[in-house]
Design a protein around this ligand. Structure first.
Ligand SMILES: CC(C)(COP(=O)(O)OP(=O)(O)OC[C@H]1O[C@@H](n2cnc3c(N)ncnc32)[C@H](O)[C@@H]1OP(=O)(O)O)[C@@H](O)C(=O)NCCC(=O)NCCS
Length: 199
């Protein structure tokens, strides 16, 4: 297995891995085009980190994507890619109107009054189910953290589900993340914010 930076042209592969590894998640329900748009704009951003795992047959089997400075990142991303996000918004508005309400309600919301967002954030990590439990996820996080540290970040955070998520929580705890706080996203989804000191 080797690890490298994701290329812009590989956003669709990220969307495919996302669909496989995040089967019943809200973002997945928004469809392949939305995921492609989201990942492409993340990879293109000069404040993002995007690492992938490539197996011996040159197949991408996992990725980690995030940003160097969490505060306002998604708002900046939308501004920088306004046309494509507006198009996706219109498509979703007609195909899944309730999803737009959920997206808008959760966009850039301050989740805790003491959280200033001054840290790097892992926004998405996925490993194809057939490759789980081989240490790939752990390495994808480590490479992400190394790059964030090299670019001056001293803390990293991420959001994960509170309920029915013990396996993923164990995974994050085994990589050094600790519970920062709990919060609720629209509509009534309980989440954990986890944080790790990188220094
Ligand atoms: C979470 C995910 C990225 C982990 O990737 P992975 O490559 O399977 O994980 P690793 O093999 O690197 O496991 C690392 C650690 O996680 C823990 N872990 C992994 N699988 C586990 C399981 N089935 N049960 C309990 N702990 C587990 C172990 O503590 C392991 O540490 P160890 O190496 O000391 O045993 C992967 O399962 C995935 O893509 N899940 C679906 C998408 C998702 O939920 N992403 C996170 C959203 S917040």
């Amino acid at each position: 297995m080797r690890f490298r930076t994701v290329k812009i042209a590989e956003s669709k592969t990220l969307a495919d891995i996302h669909k496989e590894s995040f089967k019943d998640f809200f973002l997945t329900s928004l469809g392949a085009h939305f995921l492609d748009t989201y990942y492409k704009s993340c990879i293109k951003s000069n404040e993002s980190v995007a690492i992938c795992a490539i197996d011996e047959n040159e197949k991408m089997v996992g990725f980690s994507v995030g940003c160097l400075h969490s505060k306002g990142f998604h708002k900046r991303l939308i501004k920088q890619n306004l046309g494509t996000f507006m198009l996706q918004g219109i498509i979703i508005l007609f195909s899944k109107p309730k999803a737009i309400i959920r997206l808008v309600n959760n966009l850039g919301k301050n989740t805790d009054k003491n959280d200033n967002g001054n840290y790097a954030e892992l926004l998405s990590i996925g490993v194809l189910p057939a490759y789980n439990g081989q240490g790939i996820g752990k390495e994808l996080i480590k490479r992400f953290e190394d790059e964030a540290m090299n670019k001056g970040c001293s803390e990293m955070a991420l959001t994960t589900d509170f309920d029915k998520n013990s396996k993923v929580l164990e995974f994050y705890k085994s990589t050094g993340y600790e519970i920062y706080y709990e919060f609720i996203t629209y509509p009534e989804r309980k989440m954990y914010k986890l944080k790790k000191n990188l220094k």
